[in-house]
Design a protein around this ligand. Structure first.
Ligand code: ADE
Length: 230
């Protein structure tokens, strides 16, 4: 089995590469892809760069060029739900693009014809994450994640996204990865650790907690890989 592990930023995959120690680096489509064999499974690892376009390219490449059969995304997010604090882990149940807007034509936010407002994640991988959370004695929350090409540092925008999509957290890649995996029929899992509250202090909080939160998320994803390897 070949599993893709994807992040958006170097900090999001660094803990995974560190854990592996040795891997093969391949350049493709102006990005680096890292391949390794880990406990009998083949891994392809990459960070896409930030945003929906780069993450679409990387997810597609991991599946179509490198042959990934499952995709696990690890990274950080801004909290919308007041119940989510810095360092908390959120597993996406479904994802939506909060900046997709053809409402001028009477469609809901996040919708284009022949698409859907939400893309659901794989139920088996969510079930596996529950097992991992139990074994790690971690309180992992499930929720809706909203994605857009904006770093949200504004209470009003955050609240609008929360209200419009019933979203618990927001970030900049999950929904585009979801669209790719759904279209190509590849089971996928999107995990995020909270780095900020998407409010006026978000950029400072992000800078302060990116590394530690990314590490939290990466550790959890590697435990998922341990389980998938069995
Ligand atoms: N990822 C982490 N925090 C974020 C924020 N506030 N906005 C968008 N993406 C994020």
């Amino acid at each position: 089995m070949k599993i893709a592990i994807m992040g958006a930023m170097p900090e999001e995959i660094a803990p995974i590469l560190e854990k592996l120690g040795t891997y093969k680096t391949t350049q493709y489509a102006k990005n680096n892809y890292y391949e390794a064999s880990y406990k009998g499974v083949d891994l392809v690892i990459a960070y896409s760069k930030i945003g929906k376009v780069f993450s679409t390219l990387t997810a597609t490449t991991m599946i179509e060029h490198f042959g990934a059969e499952k995709l696990l995304f690890s990274g950080v997010a801004g909290a919308i739900s007041p119940a989510l604090k810095v360092g908390d882990l959120v597993v996406a149940t479904k994802l939506s693009q909060h900046d997709l807007d053809i409402t001028a034509f009477g469609h809901p936010f996040g919708y284009v014809p022949e698409g859907s407002v939400y893309v659901e994640t794989d139920k088996e991988l969510i079930a596996l994450s529950k097992l991992v959370a139990h074994e790690m004695n971690k309180n992992v929350k499930e929720g809706v994640i909203a994605t857009g090409d904006q770093f949200v540092a504004n209470e009003e925008r955050k609240n609008w996204i929360g209200a419009t999509f019933s979203a618990d957290a927001l970030e900049m890649e999950g929904a585009s990865v979801a669209v790719v995996c759904d279209a190509l029929d590849v089971p996928f899992f999107i995990l995020r650790a909270i780095s900020d509250a998407a409010d006026m202090d978000a950029s400072f909080s992000f800078d302060e907690f990116l590394q530690t939160s990314a590490q939290e998320s990466a550790e959890f994803v590697m435990k998922m890989v341990d389980k998938l390897a069995r």
